[in-house]
Write a protein that binds this ligand. Sequence first.
Ligand code: F6R
Length: 608
Amino acid sequence: MCGIVGYIGGDQAAPVLLSGLEKLEYRGYDSAGVAVYDGTSLKVVKAKGRLKVLSDLIDGGKKTPGTIGIGHTRWATHGAPSDINSHPQVSDSGRFAVVHNGIIENYMALKEMLVRKGKTFVSETDTEVVAQLLEYYYQGDILDAMIRVLQKVEGSYALGVISQDNPDELVAVRKDSPLIVGLGEGENYIASDVPAILNKTRDIYRLNDREIVVLRRDSVKIYNMDKELVSKEVCHIDWDVSAAEKGGYEHFMAKEIMEQPKVLRDTISPRLKDGKIVLDSISLTAEDLKSFSKICIVACGSAYHVGVVAKYVFEKVMRIPVDVDLASEFRYRDPMVDKSTLVLVISQSGETADTLAALREAKRRGARTLSIVNVVGSSIANESDDVIYTWAGPEIAVATTKAYSAQLAVVYLLAIYMGQLNGKLDSQQVASYIAALEKLPEQVEEVLQDKENVQYLASLFFNARDVFFIGRNLDYAMSLEGSLKLKEISYIHSDAYAAGELKHGTISLIENGTLVIALATQNPLFDKMMSNVKEVKARGAIVLGMAVQGNTQIENFADHVIYIPETCDIMLPSLAVIPLQLFSYYVSSMKGCDIDKPRNLAKSVTVE
Ligand code: F6R
């Protein structure tokens, strides 16, 4: 989704802004722009299309002098992608320039009010009202003007502002949309995500909602809405710059797929001590657990698919009813959650607007909340009663891989931990699950070694028009993720079905040559799965099957086979997902798609 970078210091601002925006390209965008104060006035340059178009216009920034500026990559919400609708948006007189992530929900009413006062609007964006309001309320103090604007606007925002009247100050604020402040020597930054400024500084402030920051070259002051100074601890980012770079791989997605053994080790090992699962970070007690009548999981996209796996896992291990909800639906169905519900929120970014809204709804209804999040200090992490971090490091490719795997690992850890707490697992079962968990990273390594075979299979099918993924139980949950991965990066139409459901309608779509990917890793359901494979084969499908090593029977049914190592049934998804990720990656690469930045998609979906 949109990206923000701001700079104030001694260097020329525009090249710094372009380089920061480049690091945010992975978030998905359709246009870009910068505004710089050149010593006399604000200069704004914007262009529809890739960042390169903007960069060429200003010769990599060299053509735009000035040492304070703001930059933006836009993912259109209000108004089509165009030069005019790109950010920065400026006020009528051109004295205020604003970049904005999020949505100003009451912008129409504000726009009407400002038009009545004589302001002229040029764009279709909601953001332009912020620039116009700032100018309207400005009486010599930009902080006062900002506070008045914030009292008027409703919705979500991360805002960066520069003004001709205050050329030594960059002002920024956030609400429900991420924004950080980077602290340098004689220079300071704002950004919507850490990678944008990681090669400049590792010391940052994370802003809370409606905290307004005023950056000067040599100072950073944060105020609340009562104009009182707020003190904040500096947060030091300790991940390596290389973690946010490709490190020799052609794409971030390839690198992130290959990083999964390490990510699993990082997520699992610190939580295993002396044969026990230790989740020091969470405060759930055995008493709390007894008080829950159900668990309700909310998430979006791939994180929701982790939730579908978690439903099977929790119900099996803890014998407690589990609901899984798409976060975007949860709020609108008057959900039956209260203090006897544990609401588990899953999110890589910790900023997904629908998931955050679902979390708030759950809290409003008195539920206990626990989140699984990758980004430390993100909104979902901050607002949950308890949080367990996935230690996946920064995930740059839009399609999630390593964060998904880390979320699965946390699901297993939690299930075993809670199953032990509520007395549903005995010590022998716990020991055998933990042994399986410890082996998982090296088993993922083993699956990754089979990548040439998956690449070969991709070469057979990269021209497919439709692909169907089928499976039962946990294999159904994996089908959902396999299908999403394929369609989002290769643009091939694909769907996932519970294998037993196919004959209730969808089987009419199977014709000669249709590719069906049949996941049959759950041995107790193998025979039933093979009946479904026979059904589609009888209608002309080509079947690519997946089973656990040793179960060579599948070769009697499927045209092509992928094997994964054996582990306990609940952890098979962690191994099954790897060939599915690789298959999508290779298909997308063979089709020449933009793997890391698929069309229309954004990494962090901060609008509802
Ligand atoms: C798919 C993908 C998305 C995200 C979804 C939720 O590859 O990455 O479906 O899983 O947008 O994002 P988070 O986990 O950040 O809440």
